[in-house]
Design a protein around this ligand. Sequence first.
Ligand code: ADP
Length: 627
Amino acid sequence: MQEKGTISIHTENIFPIIKKFLYSDHEIFLRELVSNAVDATQKIKRLAQLGQYSGELGDTTIEVAFDKDKKTITITDKGLGMTAEEIKKYINQIAFSGATEFVEKFKDAKDANEIIGKFGLGFYSAFMVAKTVEINTLSYQEGAQPARWTCDGSTEFEISEGDRKERGTEITLHINEDSEEFLDKWKLQGILDKYAKFLPVPIKFGTKTESVEDGVDDKGEKKWKSVEVDNIINTTSPIWTKSPSDLKDEDYLAFYKELYPMSEDPLFWIHLNVDYPFNLTGVLYFPKVKNDFEFQKNKIKLFSRQVFITDEVKDIVPEFLMLLHGVIDSPDIPLNVSRSFLQADGNVKKINNYITKKVADKLGELFKKDRKVYEEKWNDIGLFVKYGMISEDKFAEKGKDFTLLKNTKGELFTLPEYKEKVSAIQTDKEGNTIYLYATDADKQDAFIQSAGKKDYDVLLMDSPIDSHFIQHLETKEEKTQLKRVDADVVDKLIQKEDNYENLLTEEQSNKVKEIFEKAINSQTYSVAVEGLSPEELPVTVTMDEFMRRMKDMAQMGGGMSFYGAMPDNYKVAINGNHPVIDKVLKAESEEDQTRLAKQAFDLALLSQGLLKGKDLTEFVKRSVELI
Ligand code: ADP
């Protein structure tokens, strides 16, 4: 039997096009061929189970090998094999139709990148690294003849009688000159580790040396010897394929260590397991993260039937859960399509919602079950929860119940609890409840103390996500505003009817303003004399909440460069009711007035950590003189 033929595709020269555009992903040829070998092995096992194959299954280990001299890589399986007819059908027609489709799409695509990389080319991907591919196979069917197929990547192929004695398929790649880097043990081992580490059929790649016991010596001590054993590169039943009831905490922790050897233990995990309306398994871990969340992204690995696909799960996992670690395995995620298609895919949306729901349920359950333990973990999980509240409405609905607010005393409250706590005294004359917050408890201490004197509570919002979370709270919580505790003098933070009257006359106030403007002598500060409690500081320096937020956002790159470019602008509130101001007014000389005013102003700066360098030195000198 010898036959030559032409592969039925209409596009000539597919190979050079694919080769050119799949450049960065050449290594996936091994994933594709090993996956085919696994499929063929699982099929024969199924046939045996169904009683449609009565021969011996035998050892079904798949073998990957290479020969540096012959410049070949071979993948051998003991799967169901193919007859010559099947090769014609499955390889010549089906496998190559994938390639044709690729080229068809490529022709119309505006952006070639869109379709590259994620396009599973299956068997044909072998031609990315091989000049000739050979299939040597024997079908499981009774009386089947071995068959050999060779093809050089053009549309010409050749089928002849093969010489394989054992059931299964051997694929030999004659590696092309540009791809000789793949003829290397560590290179291949690396690719197998990446894609095949959890495949369900054992895969052998060469051998390795192991120490085994070898009886005892004269002194009765154990003897060891080195032996060569098969190097099996995969774990065939990773934990996500098992039932949660068969697993202990140690198993989850060990698997985590296997995936991320350098990481601290995770906080907790969620075992995902659904089979309707889509199929998905996996384990997601909540890692310990603090602030550097950008750095931690892309730690979820996506598998399809235990074949590693990618660790870019951007469109499959909701954005806020990109911080999680772990694995997701779903054959229902379409892999051979472009990004934009993936986002629109119904299954992907459902999967996204499912994961969001599972995570929300888990958090809710932890909170309900043991609030104390949950609170202890809040520092670590707060970031996820806040991120989720901001970015996912579905999550926010459930998250209301287990989102916590922390005040500067370290106490934690749920959202309704907090509203209840502060609404009585922190509601202004318009009926808005004002939540006060500090972003730096040390720097803003003077303001926190003043607020405390009025029995106001101050939240601590010191993580990078908090500036967004604050806005979220304002839009979601009814009639609620958030103000940074140093946004104004304490009496003005929450505007009530009963504010103090300024006891200075208009003339006196103008005089005080003049003295301070002269003493401060800077455009950065605008001075106002106000009637505040005599208990308050004589001078307070604040930055308007709105202006500060805009500047913060400009700094974070929020596209508000206009605000970023504005000079800092502070408000200086002079407490007209404070005895010190009276003293300034009554000072003997103009010089003394300026000196006292400057001293009071510097004190205000000092309490906010704004007094630095030469000004600080001068302040110390002046203080000594005044004593
Ligand atoms: P896919 O695996 O997505 O169907 P491929 O191009 O990888 O596409 O393979 C085409 C077909 O060739 C497979 O569906 C299978 O029927 C057959 N095939 C490929 N490799 C093997 C193998 N090692 N053993 C048996 N059949 C195979």
